[in-house]
Design a protein around this ligand. Structure first.
Ligand SMILES: Nc1ncnc2c1ncn2[C@@H]1O[C@H](COP(=O)(O)OP(=O)(O)OP(=O)(O)O)[C@@H](O)[C@H]1O
Length: 707
């Protein structure tokens, strides 16, 4: 393209941008004003309706009429809410777009002879007052053409129909608010220039959305059909986590209004990682799902005081539980009293009686549910009878005035027996809240006792304990619709089986890298597949083979650690950077000096550097070794990743994160012996670096890196 031509294009695009920006601002202002007006109108209507509403129960006709008035009133209020949610949605889209109205333009010819259509694609979609699309949402069907990266004849699918189009222009933009920085036109040999520009900018303290530059192989995962289980294997830095976040945003769009963020779970490797990713979705105008670590998931399901412990449980042990439960019959000792505030509200004997009533049913969720319902009724009856007792009323009367006010909003002074009972019930429900909670979690069942009789074993691991409870009671979350497991290679078969069964109706997305399995006893990729096949039937799969994080030199280095054959397929996106540095030191003093030097160089260079050590215990020791020479911070579970500086990070916490520079303090044969586990741990460590990598070795370097 000639210079003048390019300038003319730039000027025209800047003009379009300025115009769009103005329109967006206006839409935002109008939406706010409309919301304001709706709120004022709703208040007015409510007041008028309440004034007009003549509640009349005199005759059946009056009752019907009153009912119709109330329905009409509710409909009006609902209509206000609807109007407001439509406006709120527009406002949310505008807020996202005002930061960057769009990132691409596509020109599509739908039918020969007809004028081509220009579409601008952004992180959200919005139409003007004439319902003309100002910006098309990146998740809308037509935007797929942009991500397919095929110029000329191509197609997309909308409402199950394949629509053929001719992609005549694919233009990418870098934009800040209303300012066009630059644009790139894609040619036939498609190279994503926006991607290169984005990678050249380097990393930041929080993970960023990749909406504008999602690559073709990644897009297949983001827009994958909604299957029960999708297993995605990707090499280090191939964008698994990024894709996962975009997929969640995509699902929210597809199920707009029908999918609540509380129905989506993201199981993350550690709390630092959870904080690293928690801005991506809000930046896209979406809410975060429930982000939980394995510990955070499991702890609330366990009895108080019981630790989460080891996750490494062979599947055979869990299958043995299923088999044993199938032919199990309860005994009195399997049941426990429900005691609260020193009062035995339901005795184990009573539980046994209820159990006997359902003896014709096998032990399992159905029977437990029926027992639970009956026991809950008994508990309610028990509380009701306590609520009628004078001693309870005396107990309430002796509470402090403040306490009475807190409970009832007034001082306890019932005017009738009925009122006394009702207030007493409020009091008792609070006093015995623990009993109600125990009932809800079926604590009348003594899981440990059952285990001892059923399996002839005490001291179940937490994984077995929860699995047994699920088998006996149906414990689980049937509301969850999607569960995403990141770094899925780090879970044991037992852990995966628990998750698969607990979220029994959810669709699963399992993302991981078999070569980054850094713990003992975790499931292999095929074992993971087998667990989900058994629990859910079919498992679909995808692969991601391009590394976006690391420079080619770093990628080459870690790809050398991959099993034969796999390394051949790995690609990385080109950009300039220095080669990794390897420093082998003969003695401790030399090593210490070299390490201090490397840290100093990193500090001067700026950005964020991680000194990645194998274990938590190494981190403190290393900080001490460096001592006064250079001060460094040790990153703990409770910390967030800083934007810049030097942090010492144990490998388990560095999982999923990335740094401008990585220093490996000791890659000696001692630290990384020639085992499969050490190979995977080294691969994971090396691949945290985006551009600079310094490898030191205290003594002979590991064989894994020797050639
Ligand atoms: N399509 C893309 N456009 C721009 N940046 C991308 C793209 N895909 C990945 N990246 C960048 O590459 C880096 C690595 O991505 P991400 O952390 O999602 O990879 P990962 O596969 O989860 O890595 P790992 O398994 O090694 O932890 C991030 O900085 C991310 O922003």
């Amino acid at each position: 393209m000639s210079r003048e031509n390019a300038d003319a294009v730039f000027a025209a695009e800047q003009a379009h941008l300025s115009e769009t920006y103005g329109k967006l601002e206006k839409i935002g202002r109008d939406a706010l004003a409309a919301m304001d007006a709706v709120a004022a109108q709703a208040a007015e209507d409510k007041k008028n309706m309440a004034d007009e509403l003549a509640v009349n129960f005199a005759t059946w006709d009056d009752i019907l009429e009153t009912h119709a008035d109330i329905v009409a009133m509710n409909n009006i209020i609902e209509a206000h809410d609807m109007a407001n949610s439509v406006q709120a949605e527009r406002l949310r889209a505008v807020e996202v777009l005002l930061r960057e109205p769009y990132f691409a333009k596509i020109v599509l010819q739908f039918k020969e002879g007809q004028p081509a259509k220009e579409l601008y694609i952004g992180s959200a979609g919005v139409s003007d007052e004439n319902y003309r699309r100002l910006v098309v949402d990146w998740r809308s069907p037509v935007a797929e053409v942009y991500y397919n990266q095929t110029m000329g004849p191509t197609s997309y699918v909308a409402d199950g129909r394949t629509i053929r189009v001719d992609l005549q222009l694919r233009r990418q933009f870098e934009i800040e608010e209303d300012r066009l920085i630059t644009y790139f036109d894609s040619d036939v040999a498609i190279e994503d220039k926006l991607l290169l520009a984005s990678l050249a900018r380097g990393r930041s303290a929080h993970m960023q959305a990749i909406t504008a530059t999602i690559q073709r192989e990644q897009n297949l995962v983001v827009r994958h059909e909604d299957v029960p289980v999708l297993q995605v294997a990707g090499i280090a830095g191939s964008g698994k986590t990024s894709v996962l976040m975009q997929r969640i945003a995509y699902l929210f769009y597809q199920h707009r209004g029908a999918l609540d963020p509380t129905q989506v779970y993201l199981i993350s490797p550690n709390p630092v990682f959870g904080r690293y990713i928690d801005r991506v979705l809000p930046d896209l105008g979406e809410r975060n799902p429930e982000i939980l670590t394995w510990e955070e998931f499991l702890s609330p399901l366990l009895p108080e005081g019981r630790g989460v412990g080891e996750g490494d449980v062979p599947l055979s042990r869990l299958r043995a539980i299923d088999e044993a439960v199938a032919s199990f019959e309860f005994a009195r000792t399997d049941f426990r009293d429900i005691v609260s505030a020193g009062v035995r509200l339901i005795g184990g004997d009573a539980v046994e009686k209820v159990s006997a009533k359902f003896a014709n049913l096998p032990a399992g969720p159905h029977r437990a549910t029926l027992m639970g319902e009956e026991l809950t009724n008994r508990l309610t009856a028990r509380l009701k009878s306590l609520a009628a007792q004078e001693s309870t009323h005396d107990e309430i009367a002796s509470l402090s005035v403040d306490e009475q006010l807190r409970l009832f909003g007034e001082v306890f002074d019932p005017q009738s027996d009925e009122e006394a009972r009702s207030l007493a019930m409020t009091y008792l429900e609070e006093k015995h809240a623990d009993a109600l909670a125990a009932m809800a979690s079926m604590d009348w069942l003594n899981v440990d006792r059952v285990a001892a009789r059923l399996l002839g074993r005490e001291g179940l691991t937490s994984v077995e304990w929860v699995y047994l409870k699920m088998a006996l009671t149906g414990l689980g979350n049937p509301e969850a619709r999607y569960v995403m497991i990141d770094e899925a290679q780090d879970y044991s078969e037992g852990q995966l089986a628990v998750l698969a069964r607990y979220f029994r109706r959810a669709h699963f997305l399992l993302l991981g890298d078999p070569n980054q399995a850094i713990f003992e006893g975790t499931a292999t990729w095929d074992e993971m597949r087998a667990v989900f096949e058994q629990e859910r039937g079919a498992v679909s799969s995808c692969r991601l083979m391009t590394s976006y994080r690391s420079t080619p030199a770093i990628t080459d280095l870690f790809a050398r650690l991959l099993p034969e054959g796999e390394a051949m397929e790995v690609a990385s996106v080109q950009r300039e950077a220095p080669a990794p540095e390897v420093i082998v030191c003969a003695g401790a003093e030399e090593w210490k000096a070299a390490l201090a030097d490397a840290v100093r160089v990193a500090r001067e260079a700026g950005g964020l550097t991680a000194v990645i050590v194998p274990w938590k215990s190494d981190a403190k020791r290393l900080a001490k070794t460096l001592g006064d020479a250079v001060s460094v911070t040790v990153l703990g579970e409770g910390d967030s990743l800083p934007g810049a500086g030097i942090v010492v990070v144990p490998l388990a916490l560095a999982k999923g994160l990335e740094f401008d520079r990585v220093i490996i303090p000791d890659a000696s044969a001692r630290a990384f012996p020639e085992t499969d586990l050490a190979r995977r741990r080294l691969y994971t460590t090396l691949s945290r670096a985006t551009r600079h990598l310094t490898i030191l070795s205290n003594g002979e370097i590991t064989e894994l890196l020797a050639h």
